[in-house]
Write a protein that binds this ligand. Sequence first.
Ligand code: NI
Length: 403
Amino acid sequence: MVSTFRESQATQPSPVRSQIQALQPTLVEWRRWLHQRPELGFQEHLTSEFVARKLQEWGIEHQTGVAQTGIVATIKGAKPGPILAIRADMDALPILEENQVPYRSLHDGKMHACGHDGHTAIALGTAYYLAHHRDDFAGTVKLLFQPAEEGPGGAKPMIEAGVLENPTVDAIVGLHLWNNLPIGTVGVRSGPLMAATECFRCQIHGKGGHGAMPHQTIDSILVASQVVQALQTIVARNVNPVDAAVVTVGTLHAGTALNVIADSASMSGTVRYFNPELGEHIPQRIQDIIAGVCQGHGATYDLDYWRLYPPVINDPAIADLVRSVATNVIETPAGVVPECQTMGGEDMSFFLQEVPGCYFFLGTANLSQNLAYPHHHPRFDFDESALQTGVEIFVRFVEKYCA
Ligand code: NI
C-alpha cells in the first residue's frame, strides 16, 4: 500500500507547476504588453509604472524610482530566513522591429530585441506567485527590476542606491532568455559565464596631402589598417590559448576623396575576456601596438580605453543549486547544458561582485516556429512557453534556498 501511495504521489503533477501553468496566459499577456512598449535605458517609465501597478494590486511592498526607473519589490516569507535577490532587466534597444506580429513594437525605432520584456514578465509572475504563497518559504525575496542593462548600465547605480542592503542580500539569481539554446533547455555554469566588456576609441593623426604625392604625407589610412591587423595578434599571440578573448575593431572611418591622402583616421572597438588578469594585459598591448605602429610611420594617436562591465562569474554553490532546481523543472538532465558560455557581456556582473549568485540562460529558440533569430536582430522573438519555466525555476529556487 505504501509503495502504491508513493507511486501515485510521484505521478501527480506538482501543485507548484499546475499553478504556474495556469499563470502562463497572463505571463504572455504581460510580455506582449511590454513588447509593444519598448523603452530605452533609464527611460523605462511605462514599464516601471506597469510593474508598480501590478505590485500595488497584489499588496507587495515596493520602492519605485530606484536608480531613476528601477523598482525593488520585497516579499517576506512566513518565517525569518535568508535574503535572496532576483534580478530582471527591463530595457529595450534602438532597433526598428521587422516582425509582423500582432504585438509588434508601437514605439518606432525601439524594440525588445533581447528578451528583457520576458525577463520583466517572469519576475512579475514570480512576485505574484510568492506573494500568494508566503507560507512556502522563509526569509525575504527582493525582486530587482533593473533599468538600462543595454547601456550605460543600471546595475551599478542600483547597488549605489543600496538595493543590496536593508536587509542585506545573501545571494542573487537572474536569468537571460537565450535564443542560442533550444526551448526546453537551461544553461548553467559555475565560474565565468559571460565576458568582461570593454571599449576603445582611437584617432590616428597622420599628414594629409595629394593622392599622387604620397612622399609628402603620412597616410593615416595605411597606419590605421596596419593597426587593425596588428591588434589581431593580441588574441592570436599574446593571450594564453586556453583563455578566451576577443579584440574586435567595429568601426574605421577615414578620408573624404579618392585622390586625397587622409589626414586622420578613427576607429573603435570592443574587448572581451573572462580571466581578470587579461584586464591589465590586453589594454596594455593595444596601447603598445598602436604606439609602435604609429611611431614606425611618424604618426601620432589619441587612445581612450574604458571598462563597461566586468565578467559575469557565478558562485559554484549557488550554481549547483540552480542546476539541481533546473534539472527538476526541465525533467531531462540532458536539458541542463553545463558548459554554456558566451563572450557577450551583462551588468549582472556588478551584483555578482557584491553577492554570491548565479546568472543562467533559459533556452527560447524554436526553429519549427521560426523563433531563432539572434538577440539584437530586428526579427528577434522567442518561444513564450519558456516564461512559465522561468517562473517555476525561480519559485523552486526560492523554496529550496529560503527553506
Ligand atoms: Ni539582454
